[in-house]
Design a protein around this ligand. Structure first.
Ligand code: KG4
Ligand code: ZN
Length: 333
């Protein structure tokens, strides 16, 4: 039975998992670094150091969880980009060293490809190619037409902030913690989402690009003139504006490509209101990764690495690409 280890260290989550085709994920560990909260955002140097501290122990733990020895592994996949350079280097150096000690291939995985393919991990969901993918995370917001593994056509992307970044910045304006997405969502539950009128950026223009920085500015202006008691209504109005904007663009992307299926991945895909709104707008056409695979994790890297392993890849040197366009990826030969 073949097994592949996946290592994710692109930002502030240390993820280690083992994937076995046929069995699925047989070990899955995620450590979320807590130190950044005090700074309101991820501090790159702290992130790198924490990955160094955690990663070796987590690899041993993942092997124990799966009941495997190191030599049972067939390959080691790691996130090579995009992400924070120092953080990526920790994962890459560890993966390449471990793989070469075992005499196995090391496979460089694109972080967003990991997110994009993660809904396929749920065999019961019945997802198949082709589909449109909405990738919404802390660093990216894009719509991609996916023909098959490695066949990615960019349909639209954000011109400024990513959707997750807008949540994080809004959270900061509202005095909430980091990461902001879940905190804004929690506060929004107690608010009235129709009290404040937020813009729906770029929906009246043709095309599939996004812009979220105006929403953040709108929040800043609102926060300046309301009281703390009104913050739940601000959070609810903001969340509704993001969700409605994303739903409009997703419908438009499906119409334009004439595709049936929509996949949502990346941290913001954990948002419950987004899920409900998409399910209502596009019944039986929307696929999500299992909840714990929405935010960064090693499982999606092991899984995407597996597809790349099939093409016989071996990225034996430590090479990271902090900026790596998804559209540069190729279909496996
Ligand atoms: O994919 P991810 O874990 O890391 C990146 O690759 O960026 O995404 C993290 C982002 C953060 O901006 C976080 O605030 C957002 O995803 N996020 C959410 C929710 N959970 C995480 N945004 C909205 N609602 C959520 N429930
Ligand atoms: Zn991510």
């Amino acid at each position: 039975m073949q097994s592949i280890l996946g290592i994710e260290t692109s930002c502030d989550e240390t993820g280690v998992a083992i994937y076995r085709p046929g069995d699925g994920i047989v070990a899955d560990l995620v450590y979320t670094q807590a130190d950044h909260a005090a700074y309101g955002g991820v501090v790159p140097e702290l992130a790198s150091r924490d990955h160094v501290r955690k990663l070796p122990g987590m690899i041993g733990e993942a092997l124990d969880q799966a009941g495997l020895r190191p030599r049972d592994l067939d390959a080691v996949a790691y996130t090579a980009g995009p992400g924070l350079a120092g953080a990526l280097l920790v994962g890459a150096a560890t993966a390449v060293a471990f793989a070469s000690a075992l005499g196995r291939p090391a496979i460089a995985v694109h972080h967003m490809e990991g997110h994009l393919l993660s809904p396929l991990l749920d065999a019961d969901a019945g997802l198949d190619f082709p589909f449109v993918a909405l990738l919404v995370s802390g660093g990216h917001s894009m719509l991609v037409e996916v023909g098959r593994v490695g066949d990615y056509r960019l349909l639209g992307e954000t011109l400024d902030d990513a959707a997750g970044e807008a949540f994080d910045k809004t959270a900061r304006l509202l005095g909430l913690g980091f990461p902001g997405g879940p905190e804004v969502a929690r506060l929004a539950e107690q608010g009235d989402d129709r009290r404040f009128d937020f813009p729906r950026p770029m929906v009246n223009r043709p095309g599939l690009d996004f812009s979220f920085s105006g929403l953040k500015t709108h929040t800043r202006l609102l926060v300046g003139r309301v009281g703390v008691d009104d913050y739940a209504d601000v959070a609810a109005g903001f969340e509704r504006a993001v969700v409605e904007t994303l739903v409009i663009k997703c419908r438009r992307a499906l119409k334009q490509t004439r595709l049936e299926r929509l996949v949502i991945a990346g941290g913001v895909s954990a948002n419950q209101r987004l899920r409900s709104a998409l399910d209502a707008a596009l019944p039986d056409r929307v696929y999500y990764p299992p909840a714990k695979l929405c935010t960064d994790n090693g499982a999606m890297i092991a899984h995407a690495g597996w597809f790349r392993r099939l093409e016989g890849r071996n990225d034996g040197q430590i090479a990271v690409r902090p900026r790596w366009p998804l559209t540069e990826l190729k279909r496996p030969a």
